[in-house]
Design a protein around this ligand. Structure first.
Ligand code: GAR
Length: 192
């Protein structure tokens, strides 16, 4: 079997998607291995989860730095760790065009909507307000436009009468965890 693809995960918060990716990577036949978790939020909850799972972390606030300057620090850390594929998992910051160009076709993101619907924030509230019958999540390749790159996987979740953005988010998140692990593994296999 080929060596597992070396993955770096970027987070900004609780890191539940990151945790599910790390969990899935523990399988003996996983085509990827998580070698770094990086965050722009120094006390992001997910950092403790990564450390407990034995994954080295890097965290630094972006405050006071220009976007391209901060992204150059992330880039240096990823390259020092020989990362081959970057997974955004609740990374709530736009990446600079320079960073994205340097990792063309090698950054994936999970977004909590059925793209191309509801790019940006408050996806579940917008789906409910629009009277949609279903919501969901998408994994896509990152390109310079926000939430815009080619979609490689999607999961659908029915919107129920009385759903709030919170109740819907809870059910979509369950699907995110499954979808992202499968999509990242499929994508990693194709890189080898
Ligand atoms: C997830 O629902 C993810 O899809 C979303 O943030 C949440 C992070 O949760 N991402 C975005 O909205 C990106 N635009 P997590 O930290 O528990 O994985």
């Amino acid at each position: 079997m080929a060596d597992p693809v070396r993955v770096g995960i970027l987070i900004s918060g609780r890191g539940s998607n990151m945790a599910s990716l790390v969990d899935a990577s523990m399988a003996a036949d996983s085509p990827y291995r998580v070698v770094r978790v990086l965050s722009n939020v120094e006390d992001a909850g997910g950092l403790a989860i990564a450390t407990a799972a034995g994954v080295p972390i890097w965290a630094r606030s972006h405050k006071g730095l220009k976007r391209a300057e901060f992204d150059a620090l992330i880039d240096a850390e990823l390259r020092a760790a020989d990362v081959e594929l970057v997974a955004l998992a609740g990374y709530m910051r736009l990446l600079s065009p320079e960073f994205i160009a340097g990792w063309e076709g090698r950054i994936l993101n999970i977004h909590p909507s059925l793209l191309p619907l509801y790019k940006g924030l408050d996806t579940h509230a917008r789906a409910i307000a629009a009277g949609d019958a279903e919501a969901g999540c998408s994994v896509h390749v990152v390109t310079p436009e926000l939430d815009d790159g080619p979609v490689i996987a999607q999961a659908r979740v029915a919107i129920r009468p009385g759903d709030t953005p919170g109740s819907l988010a809870d059910r979509v998140l369950v699907e995110e965890h499954k979808l992202y692990a499968t999509a990242l593994a499929d994508y990693a296999r194709r890189l080898r």
